[in-house]
Structures are given as C-alpha cells and as structure tokens.
Design a protein around this ligand. Structure first.
Ligand SMILES: [Zn+2]
Length: 180
C-alpha cells in the first residue's frame, strides 16, 4: 500500500521518480524507503529553487541532496500567471494545464540528480528513495512547492501555516524576495 504518497498530481510526479513504471522488477528497497518516509525518518527537508536537501535516518543519519533544473524566465512567468489567485493548494487542473502547455512541473527523471553521503554503492540508495517519497508527501500537502522548486517564487500569497511541515523551508528564502 502506498496510497498515502502521490494523492495529488503534484506528489505523484515524485512518487513516480521513486517508482518508475519502466522498472520490470520493483526495487527491493522501496518498501523500506516508503516506511522511512511514513515514520518521519526523513527530516530537515529544505526546498529551494533547483534544490532539495534532507536528512534520512536509517543506518545512521545521511544527507541527501536532490538537484533539478529551474525554468527559464519565460516559463517562470507563464507558471506564475497560471497560479495567480490560487493559494498554496493548487488543484490538479493547474498541473494538467502546465503539462498540456508542454511545461510539466516535474523534472524528467534524466535531469534529476540525487546524491547521498552513505557508503552504499547502489544508487539510488534507500535514503534517496525515502527522500523522494517524503517530497511526494510534502508536495501533496503544498503543491505550490513543486513550482518553487522550478524557480517560481511567489511573494503575493501569505503562507497557510496549517499544514506546513516543520523544517520544510526557510520562510525568508521562500517569501522574502520582493515580488514584481
Ligand atoms: Zn544513502
């Protein structure tokens, strides 16, 4: 059962990065990775344009870093216009509009790079997979973060703090930039 991850189109993108449908055999580390995220063993998640870092607690504490390309100015503007008037809780229809416009919110798997400081040789390791699941869960809760990750910073709508996971982001970085 993994229905708690990817309950929105925004989170599903990252669930799919962890569980690519192209795999003929599921990665044996996936159940463990899901369990780590579910049991809040992924902490200190920080999301910035182009970068996510997190600490995963399993066989020690390991720092995971995920890099994704940010959009260019034109794409950022287009996405910003599209989400104007929406709060943090962007509906899946905004996601599908972006996909139809040829600007899917999720980076393609081949441009996502992830690193972990563990000594395991397997990549992605269980820590990276756990971080992907945690990212999926957090984007389900706050879809707008999927756009922040691609470079769309928004200073117009105040954060709704009700469901902000602790440590998810630095509010000064997220909202501190003057809007245009
Ligand atoms: Zn690792």
């Amino acid at each position: 059962m993994n229905s708690e991850f990817g309950t929105t189109a925004w989170g599903r993108d990252w669930q799919r990065l962890a569980e690519p449908t192209s795999l003929t055999r599921p990665d044996p580390a996936l159940p463990k990775a899901r369990s780590l995220a579910r049991r809040d063993h992924v902490t200190d998640v920080e999301l910035h344009p182009g970068e996510i870092t997190a600490v995963v607690h399993h066989s020690g504490s390991h720092r995971v870093r995920v890099d994704v390309p940010v959009w260019d100015g034109e794409h950022v503007e287009r996405a910003r216009e599209l989400v104007t008037g929406h709060g943090d809780d962007l509906p899946d229809t905004v996601h599908s509009t972006l996909v139809r416009a040829g600007q899917p919110p999720a980076p393609q798997p081949d441009v996502v790079t992830a690193s972990c400081d563990c000594t395991g040789r397997k990549r992605p390791c269980v820590h990276i997979l756990a971080a992907f699941f945690e990212i999926a869960r957090q984007l389900d809760h706050r879809p707008r973060l999927a756009l922040v990750l691609r470079g769309v910073e928004d200073s117009h709508s105040p954060p709704s703090t009700a469901r902000v996971p602790i440590g998810l982001l630095d509010p000064t970085d997220f909202y501190g930039e003057p809007g245009r």
